[in-house]
Design a protein around this ligand. Sequence first.
Ligand SMILES: [Zn+2]
Length: 228
Amino acid sequence: MNFIIEKDMLNIAQAPLVKSQFIIAHEAGNPNNTGEDSLANEISYMKRNWQHAFVSHWVGGGGRIVQIARTGYTQWGAGPKANPYAFAQVELARTRVGSTFQKDYAAYVWLLRQLAAEAGIPFILNSDQPTGIKTHSWISRNIGGTDHVDPDAYLARWGISMKEFKTDIEAPINDSSKPRYLLHLVVRGDTLWSLSQKNKTTVAALKKLNGLTSDLIITGQILKLRQI
Ligand SMILES: [Zn+2]
């Protein structure tokens, strides 16, 4: 399964990393924000208060992913010792609905792996190695400079132990025989022609791939661009 990464970027300068070693997994930890708008609430709060803390991505709302800051540059999510080494940091907004959590969790695992792949960081959770995908709790125990212990308790509440989380993170990347596609969320101004040019394909190929009978595409539509 592939997910769309929406963008709602902070317009701020981020310091360069010292070194790209970690992807850090968080959870919002806010028991008072578990409703349908929890993702939007968390993002708007963080965007207003980024001087205190910010991460590169949020997950929530039933499998949505929103990027709010650049990867590969310092974010302020896991204390001064780890932040300059984290290529990306991912927050998970809370929900009280099981089916929403299941979709959020799938997107969360997918995104952590996707970001690790992008950064050339191994898909290994909380190992003794100085690189890999790390929970905020691991950073607190092993690197310091912060004392939060997320996302352990929130995942555990939904039946996901750290052992299970580790298994899900470390699963083989091509664990499915189903074809995977590079997807595109259609925005205003996109046409099949412009998308075909940008992606070195043809209008006819895009129509066939997406089962389209006309050249009409609409904002918000998700198109397959090519098999990956
Ligand atoms: Zn955290």
